[in-house]
Ligand binder design. Sequence first.
Ligand SMILES: NC(=O)C1=CN([C@@H]2O[C@H](COP(=O)(O)OP(=O)(O)OC[C@H]3O[C@@H](n4cnc5c(N)ncnc54)[C@H](O)[C@@H]3O)[C@@H](O)[C@H]2O)C=CC1
Ligand SMILES: CCC(=O)/C=C/C=C\C[C@@H](O)/C=C/C=C/C=C\[C@@H](O)CCCC(=O)O
Length: 268
Amino acid sequence: MEGKVAVITGAAKGLGRAFAEILLREGVKVCLCDINTENGRRTEKMLQEKYSNDRVFFMKCDATVDTELESTLNHVIERYGGIDILCNNAGIINEMDWKKTVAVNLSAVIHGTLLGLRYMGKAAGRPHGVIINIASVPGAVPMSYGPVYTASKQGVVGFTHSVGFLSPNLNDVCVNCLCPTFVNADILKCDESAPDFVCSRDAQLVEPSRKMFDEVGIMGPEEVAESFLELVMNESLSGAGFLITRASKSLLRMPLELPELFDKYSSL
Ligand SMILES: NC(=O)C1=CN([C@@H]2O[C@H](COP(=O)(O)OP(=O)(O)OC[C@H]3O[C@@H](n4cnc5c(N)ncnc54)[C@H](O)[C@@H]3O)[C@@H](O)[C@H]2O)C=CC1
Ligand SMILES: CCC(=O)/C=C/C=C\C[C@@H](O)/C=C/C=C/C=C\[C@@H](O)CCCC(=O)O
């Protein structure tokens, strides 16, 4: 991993920051992209102090703005010479502004992947590339209080399964996705005062999820980052989706393990 270059969207905090940190630990150079400059600069400072100034930097980038995402990738190529790992991680849950949820969670992931296929791997004169799209458990099962969020994540899983099937043969870029269960991050707060954390206003729908927190547990971002690293290092898989649960503490390949998961949810 030493010397490889990674770009992570939504990396100012939560899972994106944990993914950045585990890659830095392995010797990778990382560009942290996020729409939130304040958190992004804070994370940049923290990681530069821990690793070094020249191995990590922050770029303000709204992943939903096509030109911003593309110019970010170009900037990273100029600065570090290429890109080997791209993680399309930025995500929100906002059932009221459903177009924004689809734009961040699905459209930006599709655009990021298509750019990655152009700027990484053989097409860009690099030996190999890895794209990891962050979906979620609702990428495979329904989540009643977040139908738009669910649709966006199912879109990510379907897109990844399809595009990842061919991409290793085309230009040696693997595309996979991760579906973690609940992770301790701001997105879980469902705080209606923060516009991007709005899920259903119907308490009766949200309540079952709170029960699910106890049932399936809430993972730490660093636990998910260990599985993320395992997937980044696997150069033979593509078009696959992986579930990460607290109980398994490892990657479960979808859809093989899903019948068991459906049983678990339908019995609650
Ligand atoms: N926390 C959880 O329980 C789970 C989260 N996920 C997914 O993991 C990903 C990361 O979420 P968390 O770290 O949990 O949430 P978070 O809310 O802590 O972090 C999300 C980051 O994305 C950034 N962001 C939002 N819109 C953006 C945009 N347009 N462009 C660039 N950055 C943007 C935010 O500023 C924030 O820094 C999301 O895709 C989420 O759907 C998946 C499964 C479980
Ligand atoms: C209460 C606020 C909240 O739950 C917000 C969640 C936002 C994002 C987290 C998401 O990515 C993780 C979801 C994991 C879900 C696991 C199981 C669900 O599919 C069960 C849904 C049960 C139901 O339909 O009520």
